[in-house]
Ligand binder design. Structure first.
Ligand SMILES: Cc1cc2nc3c(=O)[nH]c(=O)nc-3n(C[C@H](O)[C@H](O)[C@H](O)COP(=O)(O)OP(=O)(O)OC[C@H]3O[C@@H](n4cnc5c(N)ncnc54)[C@H](O)[C@@H]3O)c2cc1C
Length: 403
């Protein structure tokens, strides 16, 4: 192991925090990750990961471990929730994999997170500390520090704010920018494979798009379970995560959707619900030796299925820039931000548009969507996604030289 290049404190131990820890530890930094929860872990169920995430995970040294836990679907399918007909699909089989150099997959969130956690736990440069609620930060003479609710201070050469959509680090940096309600609630449940109707046990990430609502399902955990997410337009005025949800509410909001899809919503005995939000783009993620990463920098709606992928890409770019600049934090942070800002915000803005104009339209807009999407060829789809799935924002040469 090379001599330590310095110490970095990370606020937040989600996928962003633990992936950054691995990237930096592999580059010779000592890393402390502070997590507010009593234990490191992930709530929720499935997550989709594009080829760009696999490029990132390879760079971060966990690609093979993640591949072993993923389910490799054949297609991304969009169904019309009113007619019950297929609108379009993207084939993510061999030709897609060859084009983008990696697969499109689905994985249980806890499995993805645990791959990074295990790597962190066995890395001599990483210290994981739970039960620490970061309340703020300060730049110091030689670096930066965070303060936690317990009154302790954790100081390093730099601080990374990876504390999610309600980031305290971002709030202090920006003076408190508004969380923007999407106007949507997502209900999540996991079905056992035998609970899933046989006619819908597709090896696909399937999306049923109904006016003002949509549902997504895909297999997980070696086909033992199915992930089910039902999202609808709402007038709820707060943002919330992992609240208890009622069966009646979700069934009521999908009353207009074809029975073949709607019947899925009758299966779960319990639901958890997320009231979703994002934030408008900001022009800087840096304050001296403090920098934002993941949802703290660019929280997004889930409609592009890319928030966690972007957090892992951030970790790649930050590690790469620190290495490239020989530990010059100011130069590395500036180049990290320059490389990440447009790409990450393209996902944020695209996700807003996808939610509104692809997943939820009604009337003539629904017919327009079906006609335009239905006319696309597989080449059209792949060409349109090249900017996203073709890499991580880092050149292929840089990605390979580090792996
Ligand atoms: C319904 C839904 C579906 C999604 N589907 C996908 C998908 O298919 N593909 C995809 O790529 N992304 C998806 N996402 C987005 C993805 O979940 C996020 O973008 C990703 O989790 C961001 O990781 P993060 O580490 O930046 O933030 P988080 O996951 O929010 O982690 C932040 C961590 O910091 C901790 N923390 C917060 N505040 C403090 C504090 N003050 N002190 C200490 N610790 C703190 C939290 O406890 C948490 O552990 C989805 C999101 C939702 C809501």
């Amino acid at each position: 192991m090379s001599k330590s290049k310095g110490k970095i404190v990370i606020a937040g131990g989600g996928i962003g925090g633990v992936s950054a820890a691995m990237g930096l530890a592999n580059r010779g930094y000592q890393v402390e990750v502070l997590e507010q929860a009593p234990a490191f872990g992930e709530i929720g169920a499935g997550i989709q990961i594009g080829p760009n995430a696999f490029h990132a995970m390879d760079y971060l040294g966990v690609g093979e471990q993640a591949r072993a836990k993923a389910v490799y679907i054949d297609k991304l399918v969009m169904m019309d929730g009113i007619s019950g007909e297929e609108v379009a699909h993207i084939d993510v089989g061999d030709s897609f994999r060859r084009r983008f150099g990696n697969p499109y997959a689905v994985i249980h969130r806890a499995d993805l997170h645990s791959v990074f956690l295990d790597a962190c736990r066995s890395h001599p440069n990483v210290t994981l500390i739970n039960n620490q609620v970061v309340t703020g930060y300060a730049n110091t003479a030689n670096g930066a520090k965070v303060v936690t609710a317990s009154g302790e201070q954790f100081e390093g050469d730099a601080v990374i704010g990876a504390d999610g959509v309600r980031s305290r680090i971002r709030a202090q940096m920006t003076g408190g920018d508004e969380l923007r309600l999407s106007g949507h609630v997502a209900y999540r449940a996991v079905l056992k494979i035998e609970e899933m109707p046989e006619d819908l046990r597709w090896n696909a990430a399937t999306l049923w798009a109904g006016p003002k609502c949509h549902m997504v399902h895909y297999p997980l955990q070696g086909w033992k379970t199915f992930n089910l997410v039902a999202t609808f337009v709402t007038d709820v005025t707060h943002v919330g995560a992992n609240e208890a949800g009622t069966r009646e509410e979700v069934l009521d909001r999908f009353g207009h959707v074809v029975p073949r899809a709607r019947k899925l919503l009758e299966i779960p005995k319990t639901w958890r619900r997320w009231v979703l939000g994002d934030r408008d783009p900001i022009e800087t993620w840096i304050d001296g030796r403090v920098v934002l990463l993941g949802d703290a920098a660019h929280p997004t709606h889930q409609y592009f299925a890319q928030g966690a992928c972007m957090a892992m890409e951030d970790s790649v770019m930050l590690s790469h820039q620190l290495e490239a600049h020989g530990g010059d934090f100011a130069a590395a942070f500036a180049d990290y931000q320059a490389a990440r800002l447009v790409r990450a915000y393209r996902v944020v803005i695209s996700s807003r548009l996808i939610g509104k104009h692809i997943y939820h339209p009604e009337g003539a807009e629904r017919l327009l969507r079906n006609a335009v999407m239905g006319a696309k060829t597989q080449t059209d789809w792949c060409d349109g996604l090249q900017w996203l799935y073709g890499g991580t924002g880092l050149s292929q040469a840089d990605l390979k030289s580090a792996a």
